[in-house]
Design a protein around this ligand. Structure first.
Ligand code: AGP
Length: 607
């Protein structure tokens, strides 16, 4: 997730607006910054890694002159934060500058094709193929608009991109597929940005570019063109009434709520993993004598779900362990044949890095799944995958949990394929279901939020909750409990349901609320038994179950219904979303700030 801003103005210098706009978008990414302007048909590009303030001052960006330009703040997905990977990227003679947010899935085949034609690449990004593709198309005399349409029809994946070129020095070309891009217009000019907050100081008249659309901006306004057939689209502008603070959260009151609602998008991005790294990681997993899944907090819960996925799909035994316990429990046995698959949103969690240090000292192979390119984890791991969630500001992990489980599911599926553990039909079926996950999450969030709000009101004065699930749903139950605990401070327990009769059942008395995660699947019959155990002792039963699951509904007091047909192995990604919402709404009703829970930090970098 990156920040994009572009403008063409009558009065003032474009860089002033660009740098202000980028500051307002810094929450979208902040590892490198770059600006390009055109003045007297000369392109001036300045960029580097670092925060906006540093880069702007070190490169004297505010001295750049010109009435047209674009700027980018980066959240790395391909290639570490570095000068050469910072945007804009250009063709060889710097006549075309491109900024991009998203992931170009077919960049390596496009890059190979361009290299064969003699193009020289300077970065490790997927974005750099775009200016080279445009340069190549411009050779056939079809003009910039023709070249843009041709190349856009070849790009697969997600993008919001803006192009500035000396071929048409008074225009900006923009395009969108699945990554947001908003156009704006005022008396002083025309603008584009990845989010509304960057536009608000200049205009409240905006037009949201839609998937498959390209826009051509000039000083007087913009035209919108359908990429597939080149036809023009006319759509009225929208008037924005948000305050700048609301706009930063896209109209949501809190980042946590925004991030919960962002999950369909972050999951779609999470399905676009880099194939070669997916292969590399699964090859390592296959070779190890023993595989440990090491993580803390929410990331540990992803590992728990991962252990079920690796076992059920790929028949691989793994050992999930919390980072802070790794050395105590496996420190003296881990060795050259061990694989440590580390999962960490930040890639900087102290306990996780300590566990890795120890494992590396004993010659084990360290792999990573993280959200943060350039983090310590990406530097020390033998190989890693980026989960593509984009920055998460709320302290409580939400979209990063679902992305992590999705990444682990894809790894398990790839390993199952390589090991021949599933039939082709089973592989195909699971692959189809994986791609339905973002839609299921979207449906769940939109259908369940009102039910969850009512539930939160009904349970506002509760002093204890018990979360139970079986099989992979025990990971969902643990994560649901962690969300509730960290932002509402309500004491709660979570257990695999089968364990409840070995202790936790003693706390059950009339009216204690038990939240059951009970998808259909292998664990369904057992969970019915567990519900009855609690119900017969007076517990109040809230079940998260499949729509139309009459058996569960009959014995529950309240239910949250989930879409039908989700394979049990994928349910943590979907079933966790109403539990995230429940924690969120309870916190808000209690007057607490869910984005900044007491005593907690986003990244725990101390012992
Ligand atoms: C979860 O909501 C918390 N923010 C916390 O448990 C977090 O998951 C944990 O600190 C691990 O962080 P990491 O993924 O950045 O390593």
């Amino acid at each position: 997730m990156c920040g994009i801003f572009g403008c063409i103005i009558r009065e003032g210098q474009a860089v002033k607006l660009i740098t202000d706009g980028l500051k307002r978008l810094e929450y979208r990414g902040y590892d490198s910054v770059g600006v390009a302007v055109i003045n007297n048909n000369q392109m001036d590009i300045r960029k580097d890694k670092g925060r906006i303030e540093e880069v702007v001052s070190e490169l004297s960006i505010l001295e750049m002159e010109g009435k047209i330009g674009l700027g980018h703040t980066r959240w790395a997905t391909h290639g570490a934060p570095a000068y050469e990977n910072a945007h804009p990227h250009t063709d060889e003679i710097e006549s075309i500058a491109v900024i991009h947010n998203g992931v170009i899935e077919n960049y390596s085949e496009l890059k190979d094709e361009l290299i064969d034609k003699g193009h020289i690449f300077r970065s490790r990004t997927d974005t750099e193929v775009i200016p080279h593709l445009i340069e190549e198309e411009m050779k056939s005399d079809i003009g910039l608009q023709g070249a843009m349409l041709r190349i856009l029809r070849r790009l697969r994946g997600s993008y919001a991109l803006v192009v500035l070129s000396t071929h048409e020095p008074d225009k900006l070309y923009c395009a969108r597929n699945e990554s947001p891009l908003v156009l704006g217009i005022s008396g002083n000019g025309t603008y584009c940005a990845s989010d509304v907050p960057a536009l608000l100081p200049y205009t409240n008249q905006v037009n949201y570019l839609r998937n498959g659309e390209m826009a051509i901006l000039d000083i007087d306004g913009f035209s919108i063109i359908k990429i597939s057939d080149g036809s023009e689209i006319v759509r009225p502008n929208t008037e924005i009434t948000w305050s700048p603070e609301m706009a930063e959260k896209q109209g949501y009151i809190h980042f946590m709520l925004k991030e919960i609602h962002e999950q369909p998008t972050s999951l779609r991005d999470g399905l676009r993993l880099q194939e070669r790294y997916l292969d590399l990681l699964t090859q390592f997993l296959d070779r190890g004598k023993e595989v440990f899944l090491v993580a803390a907090g929410t990331s540990y819960h992803s590992c728990l779900a991962g252990a079920y996925l690796f076992s059920k799909l790929a028949r691989l035994t793994t050992f999930p362990v919390v980072s802070s316990e790794f050395m105590e429990i496996y420190g003296s046995t881990v060795g050259i044949d061990s694989i440590i698959l580390t999962v960490s949103q930040s890639g900087e969690t102290y306990d996780t890095l300590k566990a890795i240090d120890h494992a590396r000292m004993r010659a084990a192979t360290v792999l990573g799944v993280t959200n943060t390119v350039g983090s310590t984890l990406t530097r020390v791991a033998r190989a890693y995958l980026i989960q593509q969630s984009g920055p998460e500001i709320g302290v409580a992990a939400t979209k990063t949990f679902t992305s992590q489980v999705l990444v682990l599911a894809q790894m398990a599926l790839r390993l199952a394929k390589n090991r021949g553990k599933l039939s082709q039909d089973e592989l195909d079926e699971f692959e189809i279901k994986l791609h339905l996950v973002p839609d299921w999450v979207e449906e769940t969030i939109s259908k369940s939020e009102d039910t969850v709000k009512k539930l939160a009101k009904n349970h506002l004065d509760e002093s204890l909750f018990l979360f139970l699930g079986r099989g992979i749903s025990s990971a969902t139950a643990l994560e649901g409990r962690l969300k509730l605990l960290e932002i509402t401070y309500i004491p709660s327990l979570a257990y695999p349901a089968g364990e409840s009769k070995h202790g936790p059942i003693s706390i059950i008395e009339e009216g204690v609320t038990c939240i059951f995660v009970c998808p259909r699947g292998e664990t369904h019959n057992h969970i019915l038994g567990s519900i009855m155990e609690m119900k017969s002792r007076g517990a109040n039963i809230v079940s998260v179950c499949e729509e139309g699951d009459e058996e569960v509904k009959r014995i529950s007091d309240e239910v949250i219904e989930m879409p039908r047909g989700i394979p049990e192995e994928l349910t943590p990604i979907v079933y966790i979303t109403p539990l995230q919402l429940l924690a969120y709404h309870l916190a808000v009703l209690k007057g607490l700030d869910p984005d900044k829970p007491r005593n907690l930090a986003k990244s725990v970098t101390v012992p």
